[in-house]
Design a protein around this ligand. Structure first.
Ligand code: CMC
Length: 476
């Protein structure tokens, strides 16, 4: 349970003592919205003074947590009765906070990532994925008893309804596994109609357990479908990651024994990918979930967003790019093509938030070394290292603060574990499910949240008369 009386961390540099509140609990509910802006009414505390040069009026807008509230701008208007007030225009949310969250903290300039205050490096070193999944949702690490119960619950919900076999068998042999995962996760809603009772804590709890438990099963079934292999049912004797690997790789053996290096590597990769505050897919989950749809439908929106090459789909694209480069000799030419804009982007580089380095990429690179020590060096590692070396010394990349992100080296690790390229993003989705669910629940219990519905700046035609361009003949 979160410590009572602690406050949500400020946006910048939260200290350890400030980072323990949970927005999923009432104790940490944000305070009431700040007073709307009124001309020249100075509130106590920090504020922003805005002079509207159209009217020469001055407005004072309160600043809380280094933020102003966009609705406060609405009061800033001209005398025109049609003026609905000022809006803030921020396509792609470059500088807009959509929520107050106590789950994940990122300092992009310093390369810091923490889940509920715990540095990602420490969690990757010592935690299990399910321990992290619990932490993300509940705000505190589980006790032994809580953990055992949680592992038991997740383990015993890994089976999917037998109809799922038929559902998955309906896909083409070459279906992309992310397309299968996306529709299958959405399809789960049809099996659990009571999951629509999202404000019933028991229903929420079982839905969250089901999603954590069944996502690896559906993912593995998709993999086997594409390979033309029989589905392997979950083995309750195994850990979360071992069971997943068993459903992927088991053939005729009675009990699958995963390579412990692969098991630990995958566990670490799942931890690194478990949450990343308001990224595109989490924003999709929150936005769809804000309509109060069931959680299966909400998180399927997350899977859809993750599929894109600018987001989770980048890990697949990195390997495709490296394969296309083909030889370390071709790297300078490729880099030139990126710089000139002819060759597309350097996949696995750049990040909206990280402007020094992605702390996950550091851990992944070290992990790759450990995995390659066991299975041998990936044939394309040399190309990846050369891409990184050149990019880090070229002005084009350094001036834009483009550094390797989490996806740059993960593909090489996944390939060394014999996962096909189009399955990489599915591995990301299994892990991110933990974050999506924690963020979905936090959004749902946040009294300030409403259905997500942005404004727009209309740039289309003004009113005009309808005159059809169609021939009227044949139209009833
Ligand atoms: N290669 C070459 N140029 C790039 C790259 C790249 N990977 N990323 C950004 N740029 C350039 C971009 O062309 C622009 O240049 P200019 O100012 O001259 O127009 C400048 O850098 C800023 O780019 P942006 O598109 O405004 O940046 P963004 O914050 O909107 O995009 C990003 C972030 C991650 C989508 C982008 O860096 C990118 O496309 N990277 C490659 C795809 C990738 O690796 N995605 C995985 C992200 S991390 C894991 C995840 O989120 O799933």
């Amino acid at each position: 349970m979160p410590k009572s009386g602690t406050t949500a961390p400020p946006r910048k540099n939260p200290t350890k003592s400030a980072g323990t509140s949970s927005a999923t609990k009432n104790s940490s509910k944000p305070s009431a919205p700040a007073a709307p802006a009124t001309p020249a009414a100075a509130p106590s505390g920090s504020a922003l003074e805005i002079k509207d040069t159209r009217t020469n009026k001055t407005y004072t807008v309160p600043i809380t947590d280094d933020a102003i509230r966009a609705p406060d701008l609405k009061k800033i208007k001209t005398d025109d009765p049609d003026d609905l007030g000022l809006v803030s225009y921020d396509p792609a949310f470059l500088n807009t906070a959509s929520c107050r969250s106590a789950i994940t903290f990122i300092d992009g300039d310093k390369g810091i990532l923490r889940y509920r205050g715990y540095p990602i490096e420490q969690l990757a070193e010592g935690a299990t994925f399910l321990e992290v999944a619990w932490l993300l949702r509940h705000g505190e690490l589980p006790t032994q008893q809580e953990y055992d119960q949680f592992v038991h619950d997740v383990t015993y919900h890994t089976y999917v309804h037998e109809n799922f076999r038929k559902f998955l068998e309906g896909f083409r042999y070459d279906a992309h596994p992310m397309a299968m995962l996306n529709s299958s996760i959405a399809g789960l809603a049809s099996f659990y109609p009571t999951s629509r009772n999202i404000f019933d804590e028991t229903e929420r709890n079982i839905s969250i357990i089901r999603l954590l438990a069944k996502t690896p099963t559906i993912a593995a079934f998709s993999y086997r479908h594409v390979k033309g292999l029989p589905f392997v049912y979950p083995d309750n004797r195994l850990s979360y990651v071992e069971n997943f690997l068993s459903m992927i790789a088991r053939m005729s053996e009675s009990k699958y024994e995963a390579n412990p290096i692969f098991t630990r590597a995958l566990e670490i990769l799942f931890i690194l990918h478990a949450d990343h505050e308001q990224n595109a897919s989490t924003n999709a989950v929150r936005s769809v979930g804000s309509s109060h749809v069931d959680p299966f439908s909400a998180v399927s929106a997350g899977v859809a967003a993750l599929f894109g090459p600018l987001h989770g789909g980048a890990n697949e694209q990195v390997l495709r790019m490296i394969t296309e480069i083909g030889n370390v000799r071709n790297v300078p030419k490729f880099i030139e093509s990126v710089k000139s804009g002819q060759g597309g982007r350097l996949m696995g580089f750049g990040h909206r938030v990280y402007k020094s380095y992605d702390p996950r990429a550091k851990i992944v690179k070290k992990l790759a070394d450990e995995v390659f020590k066991v299975v041998g060096v990936d044939k394309d590692l040399e190309i990846a290292l050369e891409l990184e070396r050149i990019a880090l010394s070229e002005e084009y990349f350094t001036s834009r603060k483009l550094y390797p992100n989490v996806d740059f080296y993960t593909g090489l690790i996944y390939r060394s574990m014999a996962f096909p390229m189009d399955f990489f993003t599915v591995l990301f989705a299994i892990a991110r499910m933990a974050g999506w669910l924690a963020q979905w629940e936090e959004m749902l219990l946040d009294k300030e949240q409403k259905i997500a519905r942005p404004r727009q700046i209309y740039i289309g035609p003004t009113e005009r008369q309808f005159r059809s361009k169609l021939s009227r003949a044949g139209i009833a």
